[in-house]
Design a protein around this ligand. Structure first.
Ligand code: SF4
Length: 386
């Protein structure tokens, strides 16, 4: 069993949401616009938000920056440098442990990758999703299967960037054999980190409408469970730590920024729809590019909301996130932060999962087993303090 990584309480991360995409993927419910005409206005507004919120992290050292989206690879190297330089002007940024740029394969030409060498970006997160052309078209991705392969080749050949890729399994067109082929490619390339997600039908997405109107076969949960089981076996036999339910890393290659989220570190989210956390509350910007630009142009805070977290919220969040990781739920921490009664409650309620082989109790930590990971969300919600 693994111990939680150590971190300094004084560390924090910054997430920047780039709310533009070249095409709308059919399954996606993130915030983005497929029109890039507001891009330069957005970048001006973002710089204002960077300045306006400079006290949010209360002087904590920023050690990670994450450009997410949307599609951050719509930014040029000059635009990325401009943002990072503005961050340096307003936040205590020491040695940056990780600066991630999410990128789509159609943007990752050799010229673009070369241009990124002159930025602070040291990690590329490539939205591959599938190596099958038919699947990419089904998902309405903006890239082709050939672009997916080329992007990985280019990125690996630079020897400059840490690399992670995203894959989606369980879709109606993806056979078990094809999924095994996808995983084989990951092993052959020796990709140091990857994330894999089950295709999920979110309400009001194009995929949702297509399935309801019988224009797409439904998503089969049994296939998704089969693919997840193949994934766990692949990780075990190919030297990947399955360190979070959807995340896999070669030893020492874990994502720093995302691991900090799961450890409860503070982070600031900038841009429309971005979320922030300061230990006692969560806040988020409204998912609206025009309103975001309008407010910041007038030097007003971005429209959004804030939720002060109760003890119950923080308990439930810790149970959910910790059980999803290989480091497990620390019962001593539960007692220290939420009291002996909470620890007793958790132990009693998890007992039947331990008897069923879905959880393990070891050295005062609760962990999900492989069998339990198939039901991670349901088990965690069942253990919530309600
Ligand atoms: S590229 Fe990413 S954010 Fe944009 S539509 Fe596709 S899945 Fe959503």
């Amino acid at each position: 069993m693994m111990k939680w990584p150590t971190t300094n309480d004084n560390e924090a991360g910054i997430y920047i949401h780039i709310p533009f995409c070249r095409k709308a993927c059919h399954y996606c419910n993130f915030h983005f616009s497929t029109s890039l005409k507001l891009k330069s206005d957005f970048l001006e507004a973002l710089k204002k938000e960077i300045a306006l919120r400079s006290n949010y992290l209360e002087g904590k050292q920023v050690t990670t920056i994450y450009f997410g989206g949307g599609t951050p690879s719509v930014l040029t190297a000059t635009e990325i440098n401009d943002i990072v330089q503005t961050l340096h002007q307003h936040y205590p940024i020491g040695t940056l442990r990780e600066v991630t740029l999410e990128a789509n394969p159609d943007d990752l030409t050799p010229e673009y990758i070369d241009s990124l060498k002159d930025t602070a970006v040291n990690r590329l997160s490539i939205g591959i999703q599938s190596f099958q052309q038919a699947e990419l078209e089904y998902m309405n991705r903006s890239h082709t299967a050939a672009q997916a392969t080329n992007a990985i080749d280019y990125a690996l050949n630079t020897h400059r960037f840490l690399l992670t890729i995203d894959l989606i399994y369980g879709g109606p067109l993806l056979t078990d054999e094809q999924w095994a082929e996808h995983l084989k490619k990951v092993a052959i390339w020796g990709i140091p980190h990857f994330s894999a997600y089950a295709l999920t039908v979110e309400e009001k997405t194009a995929l949702d409408y297509a399935i309801r109107s019988k224009n797409s076969p439904p998503v089969d949960p049994e296939k998704a469970a089969r693919h997840f089981t193949m994934l766990m076996e692949f990780a075990r036999t190919n030297g990947y730590d399955h360190y979070e339910i959807s995340n896999f890393a070669k030893p020492g290659m874990h994502a720093v920024h995302n691991t900090h989220y799961w450890m409860g570190c503070h982070y600031l989210g900038l841009g429309p729809s971005a979320h922030s956390f300061n230990g006692s509350s969560r806040s988020w910007n409204a998912p609206n590019n025009a309103l975001y630009i309008k407010a910041l142009t007038q030097n007003l805070p971005a429209p959004g909301d804030v939720e002060v977290l109760t003890e119950r919220d923080t308990f439930n969040e810790y149970v959910m996130t910790s059980l999803r990781t290989q480091w497990g739920c620390n019962l001593q921490k539960i007692e220290n932060n939420w009291g002996a009664e909470s620890q007793k409650y958790l132990l009693e309620n998890s007992q039947h999962y331990v008897s069923e082989g879905k959880m393990i109790l070891h050295e005062n930590h609760l962990y999900l087993t492989s069998a339990g990971r198939l039901f991670a969300d349901a088990i965690a919600s069942d253990l919530f303090w309600v």
